[in-house]
Design a protein around this ligand. Structure first.
Ligand code: G3P
Length: 197
């Protein structure tokens, strides 16, 4: 019980590391939440600060999820379910204690969680994301569709524990994309490639 609680807190703190804010402030003197979509995530970093920063922030956010699900193995706590621990990193990413609880939209950190559990499922959903992005040109829509495709993938592969977690993550993703959904409906959501700053 206590070990669960400690790892949950640890995972939430890892998820709370605001990589977009750190990279933006440190190297560009910019709080990306004041620009673009206002989101503290890889996509808005690409949009506001460019490719190099976007790649760094996306990878860092991904890594937070992978690290969080690896915590039980790192501390040899085999009785702990890494999926439960990983969910709290995604919550930390969305509502970071180190950035006034104004964080990202759950996508990259959820991807990292899945990567740390089942690389095959990660590769399938990464492929689905890239194909959807190529077709729709909307990162937000591709993120939401990928959540649904992740659910379908885990049903087909009969990965039922991961299925439950991907359902939860997909609910997070849809909830955090409320503004994007409105913009997609109003046809005001920006498509890639975004204009340079
Ligand atoms: O990863 C978040 C992405 O799906 C949407 O980000 O900045 O376009 O709202 P943004």
């Amino acid at each position: 019980m206590w070990t669960y609680l400690i790892l949950i807190i640890f995972s939430y703190l890892i998820g709370s590391i605001p990589s977009g804010l750190i990279v933006g402030k440190l190297f560009y003197q910019t709080d990306i939440r004041e620009h673009g979509s206002g989101n503290l995530g890889g996509t808005n970093t690409f949009r506001v600060l460019g490719k190099k920063a976007g790649v760094v922030v996306t990878l860092a956010d991904l890594l937070k999820g992978t690290l969080a699900v690896s915590l039980p193995a790192i501390f040899s706590l085999t009785e702990i379910n890494p999926l439960i621990i990983g969910i709290f990193a995604v919550i930390g990413h969305m509502y970071p204690i180190f950035a006034n609880f104004r964080g990202g939209k759950a996508v990259a950190t959820s991807g990292g969680l899945i990567l740390g559990i089942t690389p095959l499922v990660f590769l399938i959903i990464l492929g689905s994301f890239l194909i959807t992005l190529l077709i729709t040109k909307y990162v937000s829509l591709s993120s939401m569709i990928t959540g649904i495709l992740g659910i379908i993938t885990t049903v087909i592969l009969q990965e039922y524990q991961l299925l439950i977690v991907i359902v939860i993550l997909t609910v997070f993703i849809f909830y955090r994309h409320r503004a994007n959904i409105k913009r997609i409906i109003n046809k005001t959501e920006p498509k890639i490639p975004w204009p340079k700053r």
